[in-house]
Design a protein around this ligand. Structure first.
Ligand SMILES: *Cc1c(COP(=O)(O)O)cnc(C)c1O
Length: 360
């Protein structure tokens, strides 16, 4: 790995009010950039002042959407350590996405080192108020100027960072979700398992319609039969049915969430009956009718756990746990956020130390 070049910003921005952070609106003083050119590989890692990128209008990403991204968080513990949550999982997944989009592989250890280096430069931006964190957004785009449909021969890898508040200011609370029966997010053989921009652009219309209907998100069904549950918005989904927790199996059209993986580890360790399998919306509806649909929650880096209080499917309304946060949902939320911010012992070795303030 070549040394990272550092060009410090000459004018540092004021830090935002920690009690009023909006998700992804404010960015830190610096960003990380790395170039790829065919024949030369990934080169010139550098940390530069945060600012606009200049790209050729023929840059392939604008036309054919060859772009992938990641999302992870860093936390400031009470004893002033800066901790990253499972960055190795994001590095692995980025290469899964790269492979699907024909983007060249990146060194996974280098990825983690680049993230740490940028956090270290902007470490004063890691907030300390309860529930806050630094959201980190690595992404790759095809920048070769060429209007030909093929893999680009040039790419830029970038990392930007944004201090964010607790997703739910008054603690987690259940949301209303609409089951999408018209649009689909992904099909098997497509790009559903990759974290690519295109998966989102095709889902925005459904999300807008759901918002108009008063729903927080859509729950996607499979692209072929419109019968099986996939995921919800930018989160994976879990249900508790008659004492057993279930989540859709990774079938090629679902994103393998890091939070999903962490939740599964906890459930198994706690001895809670759990399975990964195909789940039809009909099964969820019947469980609800029989009073056996006990909890439902989404999992993702941004919210960690997002309980579902109500599901709408066709003409049916399914109320879950009387619209209250379920016991397991709450316990998982408390455990994962407790590990992330250093309040609970990290018995899984999930945290990676970025920086430790030494007391004198
Ligand atoms: C990022 C993402 C998730 C959640 O993944 P985490 O690693 O837990 O943040 C789930 N579904 C989709 C579609 C995503 O893009």
């Amino acid at each position: 790995m070549s040394a990272i070049r550092f060009e410090p910003s000459s004018s540092l921005k004021p830090k935002p009010d920690e009690s009023n952070l909006e998700f992804g609106k404010t960015f830190t003083d610096h960003m990380f950039l790395l170039d790829y050119t065919e024949g030369k590989g990934w080169h010139d890692p550098r940390i530069v002042p945060y600012g606009p990128l200049t790209l050729d209008p023929a840059a392939m990403v604008f036309h054919y959407g060859q772009a992938i991204f990641e999302g992870l968080k860093a936390f400031r513990s009470k004893d002033n350590k800066i901790l990253l949550f499972r960055p190795d999982k994001n590095a692995q997944r980025m290469n899964v996405s790269n492979d699907r989009l024909s983007i060249p592989e990146m060194d996974e250890e280098a990825f983690v080192e680049y993230v740490k280096a940028l956090i270290n430069v902007d470490r004063d931006w890691v907030p300390s108020a309860e529930g806050t964190s630094l959201y980190i957004r690595p992404f790759i785009m095809a920048v070769e100027p060429c209007l030909g449909v093929r893999a680009s021969k040039q790419y830029v890898f970038a990392i930007i960072m944004s201090p964010v508040g607790a997703y739910y200011k008054e603690g987690i609370h259940p949301v209303k979700i609409s089951v999408e029966s018209h649009y689909v997010r992904a099909v098997r053989g497509g790009t559903g398992f990759a974290k690519t921009a295109g998966n989102y652009s095709s889902g925005i219309k459904a999300q807008e319609e759901a918002k108009h209907g008063g729903f927080a998100q859509v729950l996607w069904l499979d692209g072929k039969e419109h019968a099986y549950i996939e995921e919800v918005g930018s989160m994976n989904i879990f249900f508790k049915i008659d004492g057993e927790v279930v989540t859709p199996e990774l079938n090629g059209s679902i994103l393998a969430g890091v939070t999903r993986d962490s939740v599964i580890r906890l459930l198994n360790d706690w001895g809670i009956p759990f399975s990964e399998r195909r789940i039809s919306i009909q099964e969820i509806y019947e469980a609800s009718q029989q009073g056996k649909l006990e909890e439902a929650f989404g999992t993702g880096t941004a919210a960690v756990i997002s309980p579902v209080g109500e599901l709408h499917w066709l003409e049916h309304t399914m109320k879950i746990n009387e619209g209250r946060t379920g016991e397991i949902s709450q316990k998982i939320y408390d455990t994962i956020t407790g590990i992330q911010n250093g309040k609970l012992e990290d018995s899984y070795g999930w945290n990676v130390l970025v920086h430790e303030d030494v007391k004198v």
